[in-house]
Design a protein around this ligand. Structure first.
Ligand SMILES: Nc1ncnc2c1ncn2[C@@H]1O[C@H](COP(=O)(O)OP(=O)(O)OP(=O)(O)O)[C@@H](O)[C@H]1O
Ligand SMILES: CCCCCCCCCCCCC/C=C/[C@@H](O)[C@H](CO)NC(=O)CCCCC
Ligand SMILES: [Ca+2]
Length: 580
């Protein structure tokens, strides 16, 4: 234990019951004593999960109030867990215990020591946050969710927030890219995956700008981002939140932010020719998922239901697309997408991923330059090629579990191992494809089907078969056609931008009219974390642990309910009570 922290032990009262309370520095325990001083049940709270320590009897909701006779009392607020049936993760709520001491002096000693322990053992807690609320995301409840559930918790924890309620798409991204962020420890979005994506682009872009690195070069090791991202779920899918927490619950998210949890996340950069198009973490999908997104955009008014409706429509349209998928396999010795493991909090596969820890090692850079130096050529690398007609081609950096699919697109994928899972669904009969889709909603293995293959990869390239190349971009640049304003992709105003927008409109039109026209479209569109991409022939590269979220991954359902040992994250060093 650190020098300035003392071990405290005392007999304290909670209501009418007497407890033996012990503060070791790392843990606060209190054990109920019966009349003969025999120990009964013990509650153990890691100090790192204490939200706040207040003098007197304090209530958070509806308003904080302090009892009149507060001299000998103090209140501890902390993280309390209940297991969630849907994911196996935990829902977190605010626990509160009011202690009574025999004297005011002892009370002051407990409050001082607890606050000191909190400062010493939770150094990464945020003090100041920049919060973006999308008032129109999901069921349009973002503002209410923040004000009623989240703001009171931040206030209790002493976090000061600058809140921006957005008035347009990409406002949050632009703010992060351009405004002064001095003093902020993290950025928070209240919204869905689209809002998360804005923060992701802002934070990555800003970090590379400051490091003087080009985001367009897929061979480059990008600078990992220090500014943490927090997600208060208030969207339609909330996939990133669900896959990193195991639940989509605003209070759980707020508590992870307050205690300063930190979960690294792999990010996939998507490139077209020599330009970055977008970043993605949960889905880069062609065929079914692209068509569903394109269709769903017509039905935004339906809210979250638009995906179910569009999913059914696209399924009934029974489409498949020709293409060539090339991928660069990850090291099969480390893990594989069918090893039946799950990436849980403190995951050993992710911890072993050293690429991000040693980004300048000669091996890492030569591997990438040899594989990426010649986009059109396979001469040096060990790219694998798969050609055919596909129902869907999907790439995901993580499991992409969400309420619709509790185990996700790839249940054994890892959040921070520097790889993504590539799922190739070849053309098959409608019942086969329905079986594949349906298995996402159950625990049955969606990869155990003859027309499905899954690979753990570092990079993917997609091209159209010869003769069907995506050459509209060239035409568009020559024609100089730019009829209407569109959402600005990267490099607004450049040739790539012009080409991208035009090609995007044509593809979107093609993808959409396939539902009603008799002639099926030959080209689908890419869904990139819920955004339609303006290009078909793309290159994707996985960047290991590029960003950090206020999260800790999905907690193992077998962990003790009053907090898991952080030893697996390397922070306990054998000192926590679970390892003593
Ligand atoms: N004030 C605003 N007006 C219009 N669009 C906005 C505004 N603020 C943010 N947006 C955009 O709205 C899009 C969707 O928002 P968000 O992700 O919060 O909700 P969602 O689409 O319902 O959820 P999900 O992405 O999980 O499906 C985002 O891409 C974001 O860029
Ligand atoms: C017979 C039952 C069939 C049920 C089919 C269930 C299949 C569910 C798989 C879920 C995969 C979610 C992947 C996440 C994508 C998000 O980044 C993105 C942005 O929010 N969402 C969509 O594109 C929305 C895309 C929605 C696709 C359905
Ligand atoms: Ca990964």
């Amino acid at each position: 234990m650190d020098e300035h922290l003392v071990r405290l032990e005392a007999s304290l009262w909670v209501g009418k019951k007497r407890f033996w309370a012990v503060l070791t520095g790392w843990h606060l325990n209190w054990t109920e004593l019966d009349k003969k001083n025999r120990s009964k049940m013990t509650v153990s709270i890691p100090v790192s999960e204490v939200v706040s320590v207040e003098e007197g009897r304090v209530h958070v909701s509806p308003r904080r109030s302090i009892s009149e006779d507060a001299d000998r009392e103090f209140t501890v607020f902390y993280v309390k867990r209940t297991s969630s049936r849907s994911s196996g993760g935990f829902l977190w709520s605010l626990g509160r215990t009011q202690f009574s001491c025999p004297s005011r002096g002892l009370r002051d000693q407990w409050v001082t020591q607890l606050r000191l322990a909190l400062k010493t053992h939770s150094p990464s807690r945020p003090h100041r946050l920049l919060v973006f609320i999308n008032p129109f995301g999901g069921k349009k409840q973002g503002r209410d969710i923040y004000q009623s559930l989240v703001a009171p918790l931040f206030e209790l924890a002493g976090i000061s927030c600058h809140v921006v309620v957005t008035e347009r798409g990409n406002q949050a991204r632009d703010h992060i890219l351009k405004k002064d962020l001095t003093g902020f420890d993290g950025v928070i979005c209240v919204g869905g995956d689209g809002m998360f994506s804005e923060l992701l682009h802002g934070v990555i872009g800003r970090t590379q700008q400051e490091a003087g690195l080009s985001e367009h070069d897929p061979t480059l090791t990008l600078q990992s981002c220090d500014l943490h991202i927090g997600i208060i779920p208030a969207g339609s899918t909330d996939c990133v939140c669900f896959a990193t927490m195991g639940v989509n619950d605003p209070v759980t998210s707020a508590l992870h932010i307050i205690i300063g949890d930190s979960q690294p996340l792999d990010v996939c950069s998507v490139h077209y020719r020599s330009s970055l198009v977008r970043y993605a973490v949960s889905l880069v999908g062609y065929g079914f998922y692209g068509d569903v997104l394109a269709e769903s955009e017509k039905h935004r008014w339906m809210g979250p239901l638009r995906y179910d409706y569009s999913g059914a429509m696209v399924y009934l349209s029974n489409r498949s697309y020709a293409g060539i998928v090339q991928y660069l396999p990850a090291d099969p010795q480390l893990s594989n997408p069918r090893d039946n493991t799950r990436c849980l909090s403190g995951c050993s596969v992710c911890s072993k991923s050293t690429e991000r820890l040693f980004p300048h090692s000669p091996n890492a850079s030569s591997l990438y330059s040899s594989h990426f130096s010649q986009f059109g050529s396979d001469s040096e690398g060990k790219w694998v090629s798969v050609e055919g007609r596909f129902r869907a081609v999907s790439l995901t950096c993580m499991s992409s579990s969400c309420p619709r699919s509790p185990l996700g697109l790839s249940p054994s994928a890892h959040l921070a191992d520097g790889t993504a899972d590539l799922i190739i669904v070849r053309d098959t009969h409608p019942l086969g494809f329905l079986t594949f889709l349906h298995r996402h909603t159950t625990t049955q293995d969606q990869f155990d089907l003859p027309f499905v293959e899954v690979h753990r990869v570092k990079a993917v390239r997609f091209s159209l078969p010869p003769g069907a190349e995506d050459d509209e971009d060239e035409e568009a640049v020559k024609d100089g056609v730019l009829a209407e304003e569109d959402e600005a992709p990267i490099q607004s105003g450049s040739k790539q931008h012009l080409a991208g927008v035009t090609s995007y409109r044509r593809q979107k039109k093609k993808a959409l009219c396939g539902l009603c026209c008799s002639k099926a479209p030959s080209v689908s569109v890419w869904n990139c974390d819920g955004e339609l991409l303006p290009h078909t022939e793309i290159l994707c590269r996985v960047h290991c642990q590029l960003v950090r979220l206020y999260a800790r991954g999905i907690e193992d359902g077998l962990a003790p309910t009053s907090g898991i040992c952080r030893e697996r994250q390397g922070t306990c060093r054998g000192r926590c009570v679970l390892h003593n």
